[in-house]
Design a protein around this ligand. Structure first.
Ligand code: MG
Length: 264
């Protein structure tokens, strides 16, 4: 069942989203060669809790173990759900920081892929095209369109630039819980799928591979998703409310991009 949110609820999700954007920016501020992803996770968790929020990824049940951290931090060929660890961030890495925040019962979800220092031009292009595909998908977030319109727009932009979208993972409804209906795939056929209605809140999140679309799920931790060919993947995500006039993007990259620009 798709939960429609009232205007008041959407304003409360917007507050959650503001905390989330500031959290990702705060994590980004600490990204540099030589820090561990576990350290970045601590920064994110502390910031969320200091500001009255709850990091919802922590403790989510998994096939092998619950997700142990507040932030999903995925480096290079890791697509999503990277577990923070003693791994060092290195010059030339791309680091995706994906966080879900609950503030006063209202839930937002966002991800940003940071480039660390001198990143190859191929990886810079991957990040740029993935972010473009997010906004192209968001443009379709209008009452009367269908979920397939979003996925089709994302897929088309990525494929025409020579990239591939992951099939096994997708965006989703969000706002009162971390994962609500409907699923929002990053591929699709225009005019198909659930109808977008005013009051729907969804997370749109292109996960885009430089090489083949195939991914593998870690058999060690049950969480980390990597590209099968070892090539890099990028991931950008916003939480958006559907209105009659188009997308009302609740999360923001404004604070994050001020930080991101200083990283390279
Ligand atoms: Mg998400």
């Amino acid at each position: 069942m798709i939960l429609l949110k009232t205007k008041e609820e959407i304003e409360l999700i917007r507050k959650s989203a503001a905390l989330l954007g500031n959290t990702i920016a705060e994590v980004g501020r600490h990204i540099r060669p030589g820090v561990t992803t576990a350290f970045l996770d601590q920064i994110g968790e502390q910031y969320i809790r200091d500001n009255g929020g709850i990091p919802l990824c922590k403790g989510v049940a998994g096939e092998i173990k619950p997700f142990p951290a507040a932030c999903c931090i995925s480096v290079n060929d890791e697509v999503v759900h990277g577990i923070p660890s003693e791994r060092f961030v290195e010059e030339g890495d791309i680091v995706s920081v994906d966080i879900v925040v609950d503030l006063n019962g209202y839930v937002s979800d966002s991800c940003y892929t940071f480039m660390v220092g001198q990143v190859s031009s191929e990886m810079q292009r991957l990040c740029r095209v993935t972010k473009e595909s997010l906004y192209i998908g968001l443009d379709k977030c209008k009452a009367g369109n269908r979920v397939g319109d979003i996925g089709h727009a994302v897929q088309l932009h990525c494929e025409k630039n020579g990239y591939n979208v992951v099939r096994e993972l997708c965006g989703h409804g969000v706002g009162l819980k971390m994962h609500e209906s409907p699923n929002v795939p990053n591929f699709g056929v225009p005019g198909t799928g659930p109808l977008l209605k005013e009051g729907m809140v969804i997370a749109v999140e292109p996960m885009v591979c430089m090489g083949s679309k195939n991914v593998k799920f870690s058999s060690d931790d049950g969480w980390t998703v990597r590209t099968k060919d070892g090539k890099p993947a990028a991931h950008y995500e916003h939480t958006v409310a559907i209105t009659a006039n188009g997308p009302d993007i609740l999360t923001s990259f404004d604070a994050i991009e001020k930080v991101a620009e200083s990283l390279h």
